[in-house]
Design a binder for this molecule. Structure first.
Ligand SMILES: NC(=O)c1ccc[n+]([C@@H]2O[C@H](COP(=O)([O-])OP(=O)(O)OC[C@H]3O[C@@H](n4cnc5c(N)ncnc54)[C@H](OP(=O)(O)O)[C@@H]3O)[C@@H](O)[C@H]2O)c1
Length: 269
């Protein structure tokens, strides 16, 4: 698996698997937990090693158990989880600490590769307090890297103004519906890795047809074209699928390169 180099020197796989509907009834985000992690098992079998979960997904423990039971060494995986920007998790330093310790327990690990703040924390003092706790876990070696998700440029500027340890990732939506190009340009210039959530979602039939046409030149499907486009411009991707064939094909994006003409076409979708 190819990797991107983070500002802290760590390597992160350029493709990971999302997990937000894994272990849930009807493969629905809000579905009851049912302990069915067969989709994560097949993702691991296909070769995914970056696994993206979150406390809000309610499935950290099932994700941790599935990874543990895979029998693959912990160091082969790159685990990301996220603390919700909600009072019950961030109202005090102690709550943030408890949240991180719970993630470590759920994920059955003594370190987490990347811990993100899931959404912007509007109150500056609360953001600072949360970040300081995350920094202290980095200093203890229990978290390797810290970052954010869904932060705007202004929110990142604020965080950067007081952070002792700078954020290395901003996980944001990026797909033909919402490319988020302005923030992606800012992140690339500031050595913060943009990581695209929902990279294959919200694609219209018309866009799918255009991407399919581009893919025909390379013997690739529309999803592979979209994922390749993001990786080629320096954006990590975390597609999620319950279909083992899709999981495999979404990883087969390293044997072709989109031409300038085609990337321009994709940008204009
Ligand atoms: N930080 C945040 O706020 C945030 C927000 C949303 C999501 N996320 C993360 O990002 C991950 C990915 O986002 P997502 O799950 O919303 O969307 P996504 O991965 O972009 O798209 C998922 C959809 O695409 C389909 N799909 C996947 N591969 C395909 C292929 N090769 N061909 C055709 N269809 C394909 C899946 O259906 P099949 O199952 O049938 O393949 C599913 O319906 C999440 O799981 C989560 O970990 C983070």
């Amino acid at each position: 698996m190819e990797t991107f180099r983070l500002a802290n020197g760590d390597n992160i796989p350029v493709i990971g698997t999302g997990t937000n509907t894994y272990g849930k009834e009807g493969n629905q985000y809000n579905g009851e937990l049912n302990d069915d992690f067969s989709a994560l098992q097949s993702a691991i079998k296909a070769g995914y090693r970056l696994i993206d979960t979150a406390i809000s997904y309610r499935n950290e423990a099932g994700v941790g158990k599935t990874i543990y039971e895979s029998g693959i060494e912990r160091k082969e995986f790159y685990l990301t989880t996220k603390i919700p920007a909600k009072e019950e998790y961030i109202a005090s330093k102690e709550l943030v600490e408890q949240t991180v310790l719970q993630s470590l327990e759920n994920l059955k690990t003594d370190y987490i590769d990347l811990y993100l703040i899931h959404h912007p924390i509007e109150d500056k003092d609360q953001l600072k307090q949360t970040w300081e706790v995350l920094e202290s876990f980095v200093e203890q070696g229990k978290i390797k890297a810290i970052g954010v998700s869904n932060f705007s440029i202004e929110q990142l500027e604020l965080l950067k103004s007081f952070a002792r340890i700078q954020p290395v990732v901003n996980q944001i939506q990026s797909n033909p519906h919402t490319w988020n190009n302005e923030i992606i340009d800012y992140l690339l210039k500031n050595d913060i890795l943009p990581e695209a959530w929902s990279p294959l979602n919200k694609v219209t039939e018309e866009q799918t047809a255009k991407l399919t046409e581009i893919g025909e030149k390379y013997g690739k499907d529309w999803g592979q074209v979209l994922l390749r486009y993001q990786i080629q411009r320096g954006v990590a991707v975390i597609p999620k699928s319950h279909n083992s064939e899709h999981q495999v094909s979404n990883l087969e994006v390293f044997d072709f390169e989109l031409s300038k003409e085609d990337t321009t076409m994709i940008e204009s979708l």
